[in-house]
Design a binder for this molecule. Structure first.
Ligand SMILES: *[C@@H]1O[C@H](CO)[C@@H](O)[C@H](O)[C@H]1NC(C)=O
Length: 195
């Protein structure tokens, strides 16, 4: 993602809840019909140094859905930090993440369910991550049909909510490729469905 530095186009973390007392994360709110509440957050794929900020952002924005559009590695090159536990739980600062389930839908995507707990307040929330595996950088999704199935599953899970959907691809991309494309497709299809 292009480094988000303008306060109007970046997500601001609560510095007092952050592991390094910083309010910064490289992520941008994307508005649709409501100018006050973003429909999406386009985020940089987490790095080892930003993973706690990422979970803080999930927590503070009330997010329940994460859309991940990159494989973890492409041709042996790391694309994104493995920011969730493979089993059991991991603690990221005060955010405890438990892997509840992992469901492989098809060769193109899988769905993971997490139980997220804020250890300061003991509040908990279920977060679902939709991970598309076969759309590589500077390319097109391996299957359009799979991508549309993927979107349908996401919206079925999200239905009735008003929190932003977090969309991210790799660490190094500018967010205008896969993340921007996914958000545009979702916005346009939602508008078409509403007539
Ligand atoms: C959170 O739970 C722990 C363990 O049950 C308890 O000791 C602590 O007081 C709780 N904190 C709050 C803020 O409720």
């Amino acid at each position: 993602l292009v480094l988000s530095t303008d306060d109007h186009s970046r997500i601001i973390l609560k510095a007092e809840n952050s592991h390094d007392n910083s309010d910064y994360i490289n992520a941008s709110p994307i508005m649709d019909h409501d100018p006050r509440n973003p429909a999406y957050i386009a985020a940089q794929g987490p790095l080892p140094a930003t993973v706690t900020d990422f979970w803080q952002m999930v927590w503070e924005n009330g997010c329940v859905v994460i859309v991940m559009l990159t494989p973890l590695t492409e041709n042996g090159v790391k694309q994104c930090y493995h920011y969730w536990p493979d089993e059991g739980s991991n603690l990221y600062h005060i955010y405890e993440v438990n892997l509840v389930s992992e469901h492989i839908w098809c060769e193109d995507f899988l769905v993971r369910s997490f139980y997220l707990k804020n250890l300061h307040t003991n509040e908990t929330r279920t977060v679902t991550q939709f991970h598309f595996l076969s759309w590589t950088d500077q390319s097109v999704p391996s299957s359009t049909r799979s991508l549309l199935d993927f979107r349908r599953k996401i919206n079925k899970c999200y239905r009735g909510r008003s929190c932003p959907i977090i969309v991210h691809c790799s660490q190094g991309s500018d967010g205008a490729g896969r993340s921007g494309t996914y958000i545009l497709i979702d916005m346009v299809l939602n508008k078409m469905a509403k007539g």
